[in-house]
Design a protein around this ligand. Structure first.
Ligand code: DGL
Length: 275
């Protein structure tokens, strides 16, 4: 495996770009490949088998492009597929974990809220986090249907997005949550609005920086870090509409980018069998 090989990153859509930002900050010299599985977003309402099949297909694509490590930049795919990915692929697989641990350390009121998809909240990974930290602090899981769709539509601050967020955030504040964990990689793009609704006394945290640090460590221990003397590139693919994704990725990545179509072989899963 060459150190100049790229790092593969994927999500159900554009949410993983919030993680890609931290990866770029932490690893400025690495080439990054990003896949948005937009045609199948959101993953939150799909079956575990479907998400697993999609995660395997996308990882196969990234490995076919010589990825030296894979970042599952999606909490829902982590919960549904990380075990299958780790048993099937030999490259390091770095995955998400909602930032419950730092939230449990940070809270003064002893109550933390976790905003995530329903599927993440019932995943084994989350249930384990809950039992690990739930004895010391009260953990309130809040499923947030509709938010991923708002981010995929590029609506980060409109009325519908605000209404949905108020519906999810205000009950947590009423129950004295002083720390909100963003347990879905789409939600950091809504953080300004979440902060506005929650007010300055509430801390809002996500795990993107921790995942980027973990990726750095895995590459370092595997002697896979690229030489420092180069500027890394980014390349983007989507299984969905290129016309829709180009402006959205450019907006969220804050620079004009080219987005390519994910080859059909990696897009088609027998949905009727798997949903
Ligand atoms: N970004 C994904 C996550 O972190 C969104 C899941 C979905 O598509 O429902 O969970």
């Amino acid at each position: 495996m060459s150190t100049t090989n790229p790092i593969g990153v994927f999500d159900s859509g554009v949410g993983g770009l919030s993680v890609l930002h931290d990866i770029r900050r932490t690893l400025p010299n690495e080439d990054l490949l990003y896949v948005a599985d937009s045609i199948h977003a959101p993953y939150g309402d799909k079956s575990q088998q479907f998400i697993e099949a999609r995660s395997i297909a996308i990882t196969e694509f990234l490995v076919s492009r010589n990825a030296k490590a894979i970042v599952v930049a999606c909490n829902t795919a982590t919960g549904a597929a990380v075990t299958a990915l780790r048993s099937r692929f030999s490259v390091p697989i770095i995955a998400m974990e909602p930032a419950v641990k730092p939230a449990a350390v940070n809270t003064k009121s002893g109550v933390i809220g976790v905003l995530a998809t329903s599927r993440t909240l019932v995943s084994d990974n989350f249930v384990q986090l809950f039992s690990q930290y739930g004895a010391d602090v009260e953990i309130l899981g809040q499923a947030c249907p509709g938010l991923v769709e708002q981010v995929e539509a590029g609506d980060l601050s409109g009325d519908k997005t605000r209404l949905l967020l108020e519906q999810y955030v205000l009950p947590l504040l009423e129950r004295r949550a002083d720390t909100l964990v963003l347990g879905c990689t789409h939600y950091p793009f809504l953080a300004p609005l979440i902060r506005e609704i929650a007010g300055p006394s509430v801390t809002v945290i996500d795990s993107a920086a921790a995942v980027a640090r973990q990726l750095y460590k895995r590459l370092e221990t595997g002697n896979l870090l690229v030489d420092a003397d180069r500027v890394g590139s980014e390349c983007f693919w989507t299984s969905g509409s290129l016309n829709k994704l180009r402006p959205l990725v450019a907006h969220l990545w804050q620079t004009d980018v080219e987005v390519y179509a994910l080859p059909a072989y990696f897009v088609n899963v027998d949905r009727n069998k798997l949903i």
